[in-house]
Design a protein around this ligand. Sequence first.
Ligand code: FE2
Length: 376
Amino acid sequence: MSTTIAAPAQATATVDFLPLHGTDYVELYVGNAKQAAHYYKTAFGFQSLAYAGPETGTMDKVSYVIRQNKLTFVLTTALRSGTDISAHVDKHGDGVKFLALKVDDATDAWKQTTMRGGKSYMEPKTLKDANGEIVMSGIHTYGDTVHLFIERKNYNGVFMPGFREWKSVYNPESTGLLYVDHCVGNVGWNQMNPWVKFYEDVMGFRNILSFDDKDISTEYSALMSKVMSNGNGYVKFPINEPAEGKKKSQVEEYLDFYDGEGVQHVAIATANIIETVTELKNRGVEFLSIPEAYYADVLDRVGTIDEDLEPLSKLGILIDRDDEGYLLQIFSKPLQDRPTLFFEIIQRKGAKSFGKGNFKALFEALEREQDARGNL
Ligand code: FE2
């Protein structure tokens, strides 16, 4: 089997039992949230939004909420040993704990998903303060990762009850990052299809694209991937599993260092990737470098594009095209010391796909990094 593109959603759509309005926030459990917040603000152009900790009545953890356009990240750390958060950081290093999704009705989202076999993480809970109320609930997904359902239609506060506004004199300028385009999970050997079934059965998602090891392989390693999308396409979760190759695949390296399944990358949209990546590089963000040879014939493959090739090749931005248009994308190096979570920066110009034409060039670049760490 090669790449498969599914029929359009309208063809098979019935009632969407889990209507989602996109990503509400992404929460990372980290070793030092104060320093992580400073790093994400400085390097990526987030601004301070909200804070929770002992000063707001949360005694065992601290959370910093940072925002840029529609992109909200929460960085949480444990204040004491022996907690779930400190255990998570010990096992996984810094990584994504919660992919929180915006819903109209968090109680119904929980009922619909748990009734279909989702394992409850949190029963619907109402949090109140002077600014109104938020209802949240959650279910487990792969590894120790959790999907929270957030209902905030009756809330006017800065983030949610338990948090206070975090006013900082230090608010670096935006780098043009807009919103979460997709979040990719790495799962273990032979676990892709069970998780595809989970997203289909429990969350009503559809498999819109599949890549097998013939699409995604280099001389040394391979992976397989299926892209799951919710009904309106606002939430897309590609799922990767390793495939047999001559050497260790990048997904295996992730699974080793994350000590299990988890979020591999968060893809963030921009409206001007050249400006965004130029600014990110100026602020010290490191990206995978792409061999110059990639640019020698890329336009033969993708056809005419609006941008000049020169800045794209200088920055190492990749280009791919599908039936609906093209896309520009680039991948950061890991965001922490373990070779686990990274960011993708993506600008879509019509294309709805994920850069299949770039996989080979990209994975060869990843393998050079993996080899330098002695893990290939
Ligand atoms: Fe991606």
